[in-house]
Design a protein around this ligand. Sequence first.
Ligand SMILES: NC(=O)c1ccc[n+]([C@@H]2O[C@H](COP(=O)([O-])OP(=O)(O)OC[C@H]3O[C@@H](n4cnc5c(N)ncnc54)[C@H](OP(=O)(O)O)[C@@H]3O)[C@@H](O)[C@H]2O)c1
Length: 253
Amino acid sequence: MSDYLRELFSLDGRRALVTGGSSGIGYAMAEAIGRAGAEVVIVARRQAALDEALAGLRRHGVTASAISADLGDRDAVQRVCDEAGHIDILVNDAANNIRKPMAELTLDDYEQTIAVNLTAPYLLGQHFGPRMAERGWGRIINVGSQQTVSAFGDSGVYGAAKAGIAGLTRSQAEAWSRHGVQVNTIIPGFVLTPLTAPAQAIPGRTEQLAARHMVGRNGVPADFAGAAVFLSSDACGFVTGQMLFVDGGFAVH
Ligand SMILES: NC(=O)c1ccc[n+]([C@@H]2O[C@H](COP(=O)([O-])OP(=O)(O)OC[C@H]3O[C@@H](n4cnc5c(N)ncnc54)[C@H](OP(=O)(O)O)[C@@H]3O)[C@@H](O)[C@H]2O)c1
């Protein structure tokens, strides 16, 4: 890397926590942030998937560790805060996606979705944000969805939580940006990951969605590498409270 690019984008000496870092978009962002120089801590429930992700990260020379935790459980979120230690970059990627017709959603569906997709990002932000602000440098990347800005295929409570993520981002940015903590939301398009397996299984759906992206294809996890590094870096020092659409033009088509 040239000295100029290093100055803009290097994450050497930083420490990142990436929830959902064992799979899909979260893994791709963890790998990118790690390969840009940061030490990475990934969080998810399944230990086997965490171990596989750690092996992948280490193959790229990334210093990485994992915490197994269910982010729908507030005690487990607190344990993540305690075990993670010093964190400069927080990536709130983990989410569930219960997409039933609105009238069929149960209270349990609602509570589980809000707990994992909105309360956990809030609580992790409440723990790490003030500590970053105190040190005068930090980055928070929250992961939204097309449902952050528009209804799309049984948005349900997932849509409500993902709309909340953009508001949370603005509130966090308002609170901490002046202390060097820049907070932004990434909005993916339709990305081929385990989360979207049910939609991918519907005949013709993948092709139909590919055509809705201006670039003419669906997203893959690697599409998020550049945005993750940018939003984690010094280059993003004057970018905060924003939604960055990494969606191949889906939202504007
Ligand atoms: N794929 C898309 O088209 C798309 C579009 C818009 C937005 N997004 C957003 O992008 C993010 C990543 O999605 P993805 O498609 O990459 O999904 P994915 O491949 O299914 O990965 C989800 C990750 O979150 C973890 N996770 C889920 N529930 C958790 C819980 N209760 N506690 C801790 N970890 C949990 C999973 O691990 P465990 O299951 O082991 O816990 C896994 O590491 C999500 O915020 C999603 O809403 C995705």
